[in-house]
Ligand binder design. Structure first.
Ligand SMILES: N[C@@H](CCC(=O)N[C@@H](CS)C(=O)NCC(=O)O)C(=O)O
Length: 203
């Protein structure tokens, strides 16, 4: 089992889940440039991370990878153990992977969408930041009275943690969200999170 990643990007979610599962795994660190080279494109035609290789099986897309790992390792109890539990995990995983992650793309890459118009790029980034705050407000509400998004630990939680790291890095204000602050601090104390951060030289 090998995870392809570059530090701090979304594969950090899978890296934390692999630590939580606690079985041996390998990682391959890449540069962004290496993700566009033919050898890697043969694994992941989008030239994005993560990619998970398990024997002959090559899997891309964070949500699919996270569910695959959770299903392979039911004893880790990271997906939910009945239809409603699994639906709740998928609901919050989609919220993180589709809604929040994609919107960060507009903050990270605003100039790509505005044909060199810097003022327009700032406007795109500002609108995306406003949208991100509304998403984070929903996650904050969800965590009121809960330690985990679904009420129990799942593959959605490290996703929210990584998105909060991005918010801090990109100046998306989240410090006024008390539940998110509490969640982030608790995740930072988690041994699996600490191990994944150390492995990616982010500790
Ligand atoms: N839908 C994909 C998105 C993957 C993705 O956006 N990966 C980013 C890092 S978080 C990436 O590889 N970016 C490199 C680039 O844009 O060149 C997934 O969920 O795995």
């Amino acid at each position: 089992m090998k995870l392809y990643y570059f530090p701090g990007a979304c594969p950090l979610v899978t890296h934390i889940v692999l630590e939580w599962i606690g079985k041996p795994y390998d990682t391959q660190r890449l540069t962004r440039e290496e993700t566009k080279e033919p050898a890697y494109l043969a694994l992941n035609p989008e030239g994005l991370v993560p990619t998970l290789v398990d024997g002959d099986f090559v899997l891309t897309q964070s949500a699919a990878i996270l569910e695959y790992l959770a299903e392979l390792n039911p004893e880790a109890d990271l997906l939910g153990n009945d239809p409603i539990g699994r639906a709740e995990t998928r609901r919050w995983l989609s919220f993180c992977n589709s809604d929040i992650h994609r919107t960060f793309g507009l903050v990270f890459k605003a100039p790509l969408f505005t044909a060199g118009d810097e003022a327009a790029a700032r406007a795109v980034s500002a609108k995306a930041t406003e949208m991100l705050r509304s998403f984070f407000a929903i996650a904050n509400d969800q965590l009121r009275g809960r330690d985990w998004l679904t009420g129990k630990r799942s593959v959605a939680d490290p996703y929210l943690y990584v998105l909060l790291r991005w918010a801090h890095a990109k100046g998306v204000p989240v410090d006024d969200f008390a539940e998110l602050t509490r969640f982030h601090a608790r995740m930072e104390r988690d041994p699996g999170v600490q191990a994944a951060l150390a492995a990616q030289d982010l500790a």
